[in-house]
Design a protein around this ligand. Sequence first.
Ligand code: NOJ
Length: 753
Amino acid sequence: MKKTLLIAAVFFSGQLIAQDAKMNAFITGLMSKMTLEEKIGQLNLITPGSGIPTGSVVSTDVEGKIKSGKVGGMFGVIGAEKVRQAQDMAVNSTRLKIPLMFGSDVIHGHKTIFPIPLGISCSWDTALIRQSAIVAAEEATADGLNWVFSPMVDVARDPRWGRVSEGSGEDPFLGAQIATAMVKGYQGTSLSDKKTVLACVKHFALYGAPEGGRDYNSVDINRTRMFNDYLAPYKAAVDAGVASVMTSFNDIDGVPATGNKWLLTDLLRRDWKFNGMIVSDYTSVNEMVNHRLGNLQEVSAQSIRAGLDMDMVGEGFLTTLKKSLDEKKITLADIDRACRKVLEAKYKAGLFEDPYRYIDENRKNEILTQSKRDFARMIAAQSFVLLKNNANALPIKKTQRIALVGPLANDRSNMLGTWAVSGDPQLSVSVMEGLLKQTASPVNIAYAKGANITDDPSLAKQANVFGMRAEIDERTPAAMLEEAVAIARSSDVVVVVVGEASEMSGEAASRSDITLPASQVRLLHALYATGKPVVVVIMSGRPLALTNIVDGASAILHTWHAGIEAGNAIADAVYGAVNPSGKLSMSFPYSVGQVPVYYAQKTTGRPMDPNNKFSTKYMDVPNGPLFPFGHGLSYTQFTFSDVQLSASSMTAAGAITASVTVTNSGFRDGAEVVQLYIEDKVRSITPPSKELKGFQKIMLKAGESRTVRFTIDASVLKFWNADMKFVAEPGAFGVGIGGSSADLKTALFTLTK
Ligand code: NOJ
């Protein structure tokens, strides 16, 4: 058996080498015919500005540039017909007929929009997440695309930062598993398959940790923290074979990522052996001028020397590289390297074989199909996190009379969430539509808006930048409230749908106050005062500080922005067709003043002691979050046995097995995410209090038990030490297994020398 595997491995690696040699020969041949201008042209990525431009610059004279060989790729051109037009220009009008590549921000689905990535990550279901990328790739390629700017894998621990919505939360281990799943889903087993796309992991690196949670702000993270807490998901994407990497806007050690040689060349190319293409973010080369690194020519030269291959939108490369070459600020080898990387990406996508490979007008019927919508509905329900459920307030019986209230209850425009550039909000299902389809009788649903998303015109205006999302009603807040309270009084149960407008999170949407807007808090309190059970459905693109609304709620279902099928999926959960099983991938603070608050926080030299003034604590809130990482309830209950270890010690070459028996002790079938955490009891540098090192999502029928096993070997005990060595240090370790980072059964073992 082993021998067969070995032969197969040798055979396949032999094939790969042969393929690489063929590609290299082809590209060497092509490049020998290219002028300097043509090579520089390949490094230029432009957008004609349809879709959502995310900077102030949009490319000009697109047609002229394509025809004169000054463009390597485009994004924001969607649809087979439009892509064909642009590809025709490249293939028919340029001297060497080099095809263009076509990218897009396919972030959580292309047109069939899934929940925002932060929501999807709460499913903790890597097979499902991989499937979401497969479905998105199929739909994107049916629309002419061959490159997606995803996955976004920035570890983020500060919910003020709006882009937490686009990532997988606070944990590097979970983030790495998801990064792998996404890359494999998008790219499949062959990049040149008509239904796969080149993935682009972003934003390299550390973009998720801007000071103060303010987007684009400076990042300052020490080396051990960087390696131990932030880099794993990018590395996982590289190891999974991601075809491209996008640099981030922030600086690292004072050098913007886009021009950071240590980051792009020493770490990414040399240490991680990344051999794909490196593209900048939107005008991030130019922005190095604002970072005060020099003028456009200088920063462009710095970027290409640092290892950047493709320049997104800013045209610093296009307009200055020749001059820099003449002035010997860069070498021809720099340009050749970058050009080769861009051409390789196209080659791998099969574009030299067939520039029209992804352009097929007949594939329109693969877009927005019912089966894709069904998938969106299913994955949405898997992303919901049941934060609270007193006295089984949820699920609701279909015969109950519901007062459906809240600014997001009868709304389509916010369902898709941020970064749904190709999605049409009007195709989404509102909560009202979803409930109406499933209630025993439509008369059971009475609706009142109750409040505006916000009464603050300045916040509303910013939320409305891509269309009306936060409409301020003509009625007074008092009149709206009165109407809602009246229908609440004559109902069996209130379902109130509150939260953020989709554009209150996402890019350039940082908030210093992450509570629900005052208008909605007022509404919730008025509803609580009716004495009716109140089920709160919360939509948001980030963890919120919910302290001021938790107590009065009978149940809280956090649905994030759930995508095109939001309303149907929410109705599935509210009426119990689906039993929620999502677990938070990011902690919910009591108060923004605690931020960053995350489960892996270090213990400090003066651990929290309520009886000791001089211990680490706040005077007004607990140290930990309101809802911790890994938390999420179910309509059933799960009980965990004690942890059994196969041995109480192991060597670095050995392994032990940790097992628990999980029982569904409630009355419904349900899924539980069994989480494994490791506590390093003694370390040469201060460790996180605990670290997620494994998880398994299991489905258990009511009354069913299953034993779940985790293998613990040295690889899960390793960390980057002060000498930047990846080591496992002998000593005592704790093992914690449970259904939340804050509720674990524990055991101890020793790693011996
Ligand atoms: C800027 C964003 O940071 C990035 O994530 C996105 O891919 C590009 N704009 C292109 O739209």
